[in-house]
Design a protein around this ligand. Sequence first.
Ligand code: ATP
Ligand code: MG
Length: 255
Amino acid sequence: MTTKAKVIAFANQKGGVAKTTTTLNTAVAFAEEGHRVLVVDMDPQGNLTMSQGIDPDTVETSMYDVLVHHTSIREAIRKREVDVACASIDLAGAEIAMSTQIGRERSLQKAFVPILEDYDFICIDTPPSLGLLTINALTAADRVIVPVQCEYLSMRGLIQLQNTLAMIRENLNPNIEIEGILPTLVDSRTIHAKEAIAILEENFGDRVFASRIRKTVRFAEAPVKGMSVLKYEPDGTAAESYRLLAKEVIENGKR
Ligand SMILES: Nc1ncnc2c1ncn2[C@@H]1O[C@H](COP(=O)(O)OP(=O)(O)OP(=O)(O)O)[C@@H](O)[C@H]1O
Ligand SMILES: [Mg+2]
């Protein structure tokens, strides 16, 4: 029996909420469980690509070519802890290059078709905006994981994301659902963080993951070494928190 990959986009138009960190570490945690995993770097900043030790400046075939020239995505993939479909700096020009193409919102979805049976999970990192690159990710995805920094101001942005999802559902991808909202950068010593999580749960109920990702400097150290935290400090609490998240997602999928 062949199974098709579950495609998960990691999205929040707010910057610096741990989208990239969550994409990579969740993906590596899926791989530890024996799954075949691809991560896709849809952010012109190339942080996901860099965090696996790949320099976006030296990438020959990138997601730019896949999206704009319809090059096979296999040519943009490098094998690291997981397979990485790389970004390069020219990805910044992709939105403009795609803007006049018919089917511009479905370019990524189309690119995935030939590889869906090669993977169990495809995890897409998105830029901090709701432009065409993020729209492509949301159109190609079955589910969205929304990392949220636990601050009052960050949570207002969730309404905007929900409006975008409603638009995507109506026009491009009727089946997309929020897999879960993930509290990140949690400083559990502060009352503010506790209050923010309480507000999140009041508004989003059981769509908030039980997993919490705490603040620790390990998440800044690991990418410098080109590693996930699961490889950088396998027995640390940072690694464990993403293993728990991956288990939550796998369990959700069985329901
Ligand atoms: N749990 C954490 N504790 C401490 N630092 C963290 C944690 N998670 C991520 N960071 C750090 O916070 C910064 C932002 O994280 P990351 O790059 O994953 O966010 P992002 O949402 O992808 O940002 P952008 O919107 O720019 O793409 C990085 O320097 C990262 O190392
Ligand atoms: Mg990022």
